[in-house]
Design a protein around this ligand. Structure first.
Ligand SMILES: NC(=O)c1ccc[n+]([C@@H]2O[C@H](COP(=O)([O-])OP(=O)(O)OC[C@H]3O[C@@H](n4cnc5c(N)ncnc54)[C@H](O)[C@@H]3O)[C@@H](O)[C@H]2O)c1
Length: 383
């Protein structure tokens, strides 16, 4: 079997996502499973160049995983002929500049979301990449979650009849950092550093809604900063200036209405950290990260509103678990494999910079809706 190397810069590898999901769970996992098999019988083998700001952290990560190619000099890494792909998992604010640099030297680019801080910049990157003839991709990991894959299977099989509405609940309590350390980086809570739950989550909601139910045509959002003061990684109190909760209504092409709550200030009384309930004329489903449960029209109970009596039915027990019927690998890894095949063979990859720009656009218009207290239509984006 022929093995073909593909050089990949992994920038931001010391961060939460860069390290855990992209290095360990995706790229190293791909190497552990022997590389990415291609249709012609060859295997793609990722050769990694770790890039970051801290020599100490990079050396530690490299040593821990038996790697030896790392640098704090992005420009030098980008100048290498044995590198074909630039990957970015830095803090969002640093992304645009680094991606622009990668486009200029003709590297293919894969990046965490959001692609850029505003729609104009995201579209500009998409255009520049097209002119340079480089292939692009943006992480859309939620599409590959087992729960959402099962939901997609139900949609493709016509289970719902006509889909009427989607209601989603995402969130958990992020500690303030005073008496227990916060479990998310503090920049997430500072607007000036690119933080905020709308910028973080609306790009995800965009591709989930568009791929499963229809393009978003209008958004109405209310946002809040429920916890105004937090404590950072160094124990210093800071003012939380970014939104930490967003309550959004999304009107989709074809008439489906989606209502999605996103919050870092809720305590979980759910089975999973995100859950979507889909109601259709023929049946309903509740999908989470891994599980998906359904109730068909034919077995729908007939509750009668009577607050004077205790509930007579165990509503949760009336739903049926959708079986896996498949092996679900890590979603980040599955998307990495698809992107690498796209780069190596031109296999289609729909989650490109233009798709990423649509996610940025939805976040921007969601914030506009909240600021101005009105419904905002979402125009079609094109290159
Ligand atoms: N796909 C997802 O589900 C998902 C989830 C969380 C975060 N993200 C995205 O991943 C990116 C990284 O988020 P994270 O949670 O890993 O953050 P993090 O703070 O843990 O990591 C940030 C990385 O950026 C680097 N960096 C470069 N320049 C920096 C600067 N000037 N200030 C601070 N750090 C700098 C850090 O060294 C670190 O490697 C963000 O763009 C975020 O939107 C995606």
């Amino acid at each position: 079997m022929t093995r073909r190397s593909i050089g990949i810069i992994v920038n931001g590898v010391t961060g939460r996502m860069g390290y855990r999901q992209h290095l360990v769970r995706s790229l190293l996992a791909i190497r552990s499973s022997g590389g990415v098999p291609l249709a012609d019988g060859t295997t793609l083998w990722p050769e990694l160049v770790l890039v970051g700001r801290s020599e100490t952290k990079l050396r530690q990560i490299a040593e821990r995983h038996g790697l030896d190619d790392w640098t704090t000099d992005l420009t030098a890494a980008l100048a290498r002929d044995d590198v074909q792909v630039y990957f970015d998992a830095q803090v969002t604010q640093q992304r645009e500049k680094a991606i622009r640099q990668a486009i200029e030297v003709g590297k293919h680019i894969y990046t965490e979301k959001p692609l850029a801080e505003d729609t104009a910049a995201a579209l500009d990157l998409a255009r520049a990449a097209r002119v340079a003839g480089v292939r692009t991709g943006v992480v859309q990991d939620k599409l590959f979650l087992p729960g959402l894959r099962k939901l997609k299977r139900l949609l493709d099989g016509g289970f719902f009849g006509q889909v009427l509405s989607v209601r989603g609940e995402f969130g958990y309590w992020v500690f303030e950092g005073d008496w227990q350390p916060a479990q998310r980086p503090s920049w997430n809570y500072r607007a000036a550093d690119g933080g905020g739950i709308v910028v973080d989550m609306f790009p995800h909601w965009h591709y989930v809604l568009a791929e499963l139910f229809g393009e978003v045509r209008a958004v109405t959002a209310t946002v809040a900063t429920h916890i105004p003061r937090r404590v950072d990684e160094a124990g210093r109190p800071y003012e939380a200036t970014a939104d930490d909760a967003a309550y959004g209504v999304f009107e989709l092409e074809g008439g489906v209405i989606a209502q999605l709550n996103s919050s870092w200030c809720v305590r979980v009384y759910r089975d999973e950290l995100v859950e979507f309930q889909v109601d259709g004329t023929e049946g309903s489903a509740v999908a989470g990260l891994r599980r998906c449960r359904v109730q068909h029209r034919a077995v729908t109970p007939k509750p009668v509103w009577n607050p004077d009596l205790p509930a007579t039915e165990d509503f949760r027990s009336q739903w049926t678990e959708v079986p896996d019927n498949d092996d679900f690998d890590n979603g980040f890894k599955v998307q990495w494999e698809a992107f690498l095949r796209h780069v190596a063979t031109g296999e289609p990859f729909p989650w490109d910079f233009l798709a990423g720009a649509r996610g940025v656009q939805l976040a921007e218009l969601g914030l506009l809706s909240a600021r101005e207290g009105r419904r905002v239509e979402v125009p079609e984006l094109a290159l």
